[in-house]
Design a protein. Structure first.
Length: 293
């Protein structure tokens, strides 16, 4: 009797798990469609002439009679606009690379100091870091802009990169990840004769690869898509990044939307490549950073 009851209970639990699995799969499928729809609509629109975009807008109606490769041919055709496009593309690549490398390095070092050592005001300093997350960037624009003028960094890459290389959210993520790492590794490194810098960069840094991978993707996305601050700092057209440059293609007659959308779709590729390179560690890093500590 007890055995029969146990079997029935196990069968009921299995059926419940199956129903929950089906519901979860259906829910995530709906979310995936909602997320992918704008991307697919933009991809379809990039193969349409400008007049079709004005008439139909962004839609997923696959009318092959109106679809053409002229937008991409124009974009890569060696004309003046295509030369500008690849100049903006190169500027965005350089800016993104510099921003990601400096941000990860500085935020890792700061988080390491806030996690691995015990000293007075440690928690207070971490509180100050977290407090900066509560301040909207729009409030900081004017003081930062005046600071860049005072440092003579207007119209320079340094003026765009420096204000954002010590992000509070990145420091917080690294700290949360490193909180779960064994501090005994520090003592072991000191016993073996390693310096504090050696422990930081040769012992602890390799262990934090998942955190670096996750933050590389997020920092690259932020730097690549950043519009407001670079638009304020840069004055020269030859220094424009891709998002700023694409906006300059629009005229009062709105006759360049086709090229703008084609350029935007091609501009997704670098961030997509970054994600493919680090996707092995992305979920592990995000999960560990969320639950450790």
């Amino acid at each position: 009797m007890a055995k029969t009851s146990s079997v029935q209970q196990e069968g009921g639990m299995k059926a419940k798990r199956t129903v929950l699995s089906v519901l979860a799969t259906g829910w995530f499928a709906i979310l995936s469609i909602i997320i992918v729809y704008p991307l697919f609509a933009g991809l379809v629109a990039s193969f349409r002439p400008g007049r079709e975009l004005i008439r139909r807008g962004l839609s997923v109606d696959l009318d092959f009679s109106t679809m053409t490769l002229n937008n991409y041919t124009y974009l890569f055709g060696g004309n003046e606009d295509s030369q500008k496009y690849f100049m903006w593309f190169k500027n965005s690549l350089i800016l993104t690379f510099i921003s990601v490398v400096l941000t990860l390095f500085i935020c890792y070092v700061v988080a390491y100091g806030l996690t691995m050592y015990n000293y007075k005001l440690k928690n207070f300093l971490f509180f100050l870091v977290i407090a900066t997350m509560m301040v909207p960037f729009e409030i900081l624009i004017l003081p930062l802009y005046k600071e860049m003028i005072g440092l003579n960094l207007i119209d320079t890459t340094a003026g765009v990169v420096l204000p954002g290389i010590c992000g509070a959210s990145t420091i917080f993520f690294f700290r949360q990840y490193m909180t779960g790492l064994p501090k005994e590794l520090l003592d072991a490194g000191r016993i073996d004769g390693a310096t504090e810098y050696g422990i930081c960069f040769k012992i602890m840094l390799p262990i934090t690869k998942p955190a670096f991978a996750a933050m590389s993707i997020l920092c690259a996305m932020g730097a690549w898509n950043n519009v407001l601050w670079p638009m304020l700092v840069y004055r020269s057209a030859e220094k424009f990044t891709l998002p700023i440059g694409l906006n300059t293609l629009l005229t009062p007659y709105n006759n360049n939307y086709d090229v703008l959308i084609a350029g935007s779709m091609f501009g997704i590729i670098p961030v997509f490549i970054v994600f493919l390179c680090f996707q092995r560690y992305f979920i592990e890093g995000m999960t560990a950073g969320a639950v450790k500590g």
